[in-house]
Design a protein around this ligand. Sequence first.
Ligand SMILES: [Cu+2]
Length: 337
Amino acid sequence: MKFATSLVLASAVSLATAHGFVKRITIDGKSYGGPEPGSDDNSPSIIRKIQDTNPVKDPSSAEITCGRNAQKAQLSAPVRPGSQLQLFWDGGDGTPWPHEAGPILNYMANCNGDCANFDPATANFFKISEQGRPGGENGPWFLANLLTGAPANLTIPNDLAPGNYILRHELLALHLAEKEGGAEYYPSCSQVTVQGKGSNAAPTPTAKFPGAYSPTDPGILNKHVFDDGFQYKFPGPPVAQFATQGGIGSSNSTSSVPAPRPAPTQPSQPSGPGNQSGNGNGRGGDPDSEENSRRSCRLKKAEGKSHDKRDGQDHVTPRMRRVAKKRSSEFTPPTQN
Ligand SMILES: [Cu+2]
């Protein structure tokens, strides 16, 4: 009996493969591919290669900096203040990114020289943007856009001084965040060279990775993450402030980030300032819409065979939970005798 159980568990674990990695980045329309995780591909890239698509689970581990066993990359892509980047995630093995709940956070740090030889473990990272729920506290997360293959979006801050920088882009999946150690971190580092005439060479505040996050931060461990009206508090330092420049018309990078390219499905795109912080006043998409729920369940079904068996509650939306709860309370067990 016990033997049979562990056999089942073992086969379930062996099927757990895909979570995600950054496969490609476009910068002002120009595309830069990256290596497959764990591959032998050592061709020059701006994206630092990671070992596999699994999440980082411990924010105090060295992996929190740039991902699991991240390798240095040889290239650096030219950008300028205001450059628009699109980061395309892949679940591995041709599957889409699988998790819909959680924020997207973006940081940069000066390499003080060539990034190709830079160890970012001691770098001073400043946050350039953070994205929660474009439609407000009950709406879907920005992360849900990625389920469709749409990219994450960010803008190089106005006024950022020229130099070589590590860009630390991170998805923080919260589907298991009700339990300590449940949150999943997916950091991805790329190397960029900022050109132009920006003057801010030392944006503040800064933080280190590891160091910036604690496993008990309210944006990382939270029993209420799937409750109606949940107010999300982003982990890490506040977004660094940048001077207004160049006519994008905003005093900081939080609201200077342009609206992401429209995704083919929910959630709807943000349209005003504040939407990037996750504390928008709008009441946009309905997270409990039948369409969202169906889509999520379809996804769960489609990937259930190969994805993430360790994560028992993977892809379960609040609505799915409520429905399940209701069903079980309505269920009358048959009389036994
Ligand atoms: Cu995953």
